[in-house]
Design a binder for this molecule. Structure first.
Ligand SMILES: O=C(O)C(=O)C[C@H](O)[C@H](O)COP(=O)(O)O
Length: 226
């Protein structure tokens, strides 16, 4: 199965009002070196946007974000999403994400939420909302008691903050919207987005080993592996 977190150190998080923007935006991000693109299911345009990128930008790996319900898991998969991201999780959402066969990143913000996901065999998680929940210092503090868990911090992350997160041993990737300024999206300034994506893609720490594959298989293989 395709590695997702290993595609780039930064996962762009996209909120689209107009599905017609999806293809040029995805192309602009890919041109800057960011192949994985998370389109959030927060707007009516989201599923059509995922579908368009899945069909027309094969060099991108498009996923669905803000997945809140089992129905949305099914709709995202049907639209062509290749991975799923949620801000949190429930038992039914976790079952649906696992049942989809797609790589998934459920959100956590506390040690107890991490432990609950570990009981379900999940070791790759989104840390959300990263800055508000404690930032890089908080994740650094979790690394020692919870060394098997890998996080994609998202929420309030900027280019400057991303560097601190990516320096942590338990952070292979960060997510955020900073490389897609609303004004650039509104004016279709794709070169500006490509330039910001390229800056983001270059954030990986020299000497840091590439992230391991993030796969549904990996999530399952740790089942009850505390
Ligand atoms: O709901 C989800 O699944 C999300 O992915 C939420 C995102 O983490 C934030 O929207 C990131 O936005 P910024 O804070 O602008 O970087």
């Amino acid at each position: 199965m395709t590695s997702v977190l290993g595609l780039a150190p930064v996962l762009p998080v996209v909120v689209l009002e107009d599905a017609d923007d999806a293809v040029p935006l995805a192309r602009a991000l890919v041109a800057g070196g960011l192949r994985a693109v998370e389109i959030t299911l927060r707007t009516p345009a989201a599923l059509a946007a995922i579908q368009a990128v899945a069909h027309e930008v094969p060099e991108a790996v498009v996923g669905a974000g803000t997945v809140l319900t089992p129905d949305q898991v099914a709709a995202a998969g049907a639209a062509g999403a290749r991975f799923l991201v949620s801000p949190g999780s429930t038992g039914s959402l976790l079952d649906a994400m696992r049942g989809s066969g797609l790589p998934f990143l459920p959100g956590v913000a506390t040690a107890s939420e991490v432990l609950a996901l570990l009981e379900h065999g999940v070791t790759d998680m989104k840390f959300f909302p990263a800055e508000a929940a404690g930032g890089a210092r908080y994740l650094a503090a979790l690394a020692s008691p919870l060394p098997r868990v890998r996080f994609c911090p998202t929420g309030g992350v900027t280019a400057a903050l991303a560097k601190d997160y990516l320096a942590l041993p338990n952070v292979p990737c960060v997510g955020g919207t900073w490389m897609i300024p609303p004004a650039a999206l509104r004016t279709h300034d794709w070169p500006r987005i490509t330039a910001l994506a390229a800056e983001a893609a270059a954030l990986v720490q020299p000497g840091k080993p590439p992230p391991e594959s993030f796969t549904a298989d990996r999530q399952l293989s740790w089942k009850h592996g505390l």
